[in-house]
Design a protein around this ligand. Structure first.
Ligand code: SF4
Length: 220
């Protein structure tokens, strides 16, 4: 763990006291399914999350609409959590992230920075003290990079980052979101991630075919 992450975790442990029940926290959310566990867990700690949607990375726009609709339905009907729809500057995403192309580390860092900066801006503007994100529920995200970005950004806006490792709750989030009949996307959001995910699915399918063929010839 590098120094920034160590500081971030230290800050978590060092929250001098547990938050008073109902302490407001702005929670950047990437989608509905990834919000289930963070909202529950943060509430259990004493925070009361307000969700902030700012995801100009999601392509195409119809997909962006579908994910937001799913999030809003769950937030309103199930979780009873407020949702702020913040800025979604697609041109800024193209300028800051797209040039990295298939260099995933560089592209995703820039993408986290764009979204979390907007979430921090909204949090500061609305008087929040604490900020967090659902981004790292998924084990497919770059956990350390995301934490570093949040740790660097939050203090610039006078905020305290609330950084939690939500990854162990991914399986539960998957199960629960299926039970609730929520739409679950099969790629992170941008066109590059859609291509990467499709390639991974094809590779996995080819591998299964190879394994079956090998088993058949072993039996012959
Ligand atoms: S893979 Fe996800 S986090 Fe990375 S750039 Fe694409 S949308 Fe952003």
């Amino acid at each position: 763990m590098n120094q920034t992450m160590a500081q971030l975790h230290g800050r978590r442990a060092g929250l001098a006291h547990a938050p008073e029940p109902g302490t407001p926290l702005l929670l950047h959310a990437c989608c509905g399914p990834c919000s289930l566990e963070p909202v529950k867990l943060l509430r259990a700690e004493g925070f009361e999350p307000t969700i902030c949607w700012t995801n100009p990375n999601i392509q195409p726009v119809s997909e962006w609409e579908r994910r937001l609709k799913t999030l809003r339905a769950w937030a309103g009907e199930v979780a009873h959590v407020n949702v702020i729809v913040a800025g979604d500057d697609r041109a800024a995403w193209e300028r800051a992230c797209a040039p990295a192309g298939f260099d995933r580390e560089r592209r995703c860092r820039a993408c986290y920075a764009l979204r979390l900066a907007e979430a921090c801006r909204v949090a500061a503007e609305r008087g929040f003290t604490y900020v967090s994100t659902t981004l790292v529920v998924s084990p497919y995200q770059l956990f350390e990079a995301c934490g570093e970005v949040l740790a660097a950004l939050a203090p610039r806006y006078g905020l305290t980052p609330v950084w939690r490792d939500f990854r162990p709750h991914y399986a539960e989030a998957t199960r629960e979101s299926r039970e609730l009949g929520m739409y679950r996307q099969n790629y992170c959001g941008c066109r590059f991630s859609a291509a990467e995910a499709a390639l991974e699915r094809h590779a996995a399918r080819d591998e299964r075919k190879r394994a079956k063929a090998a088993a058949r010839s072993a039996r012959a």
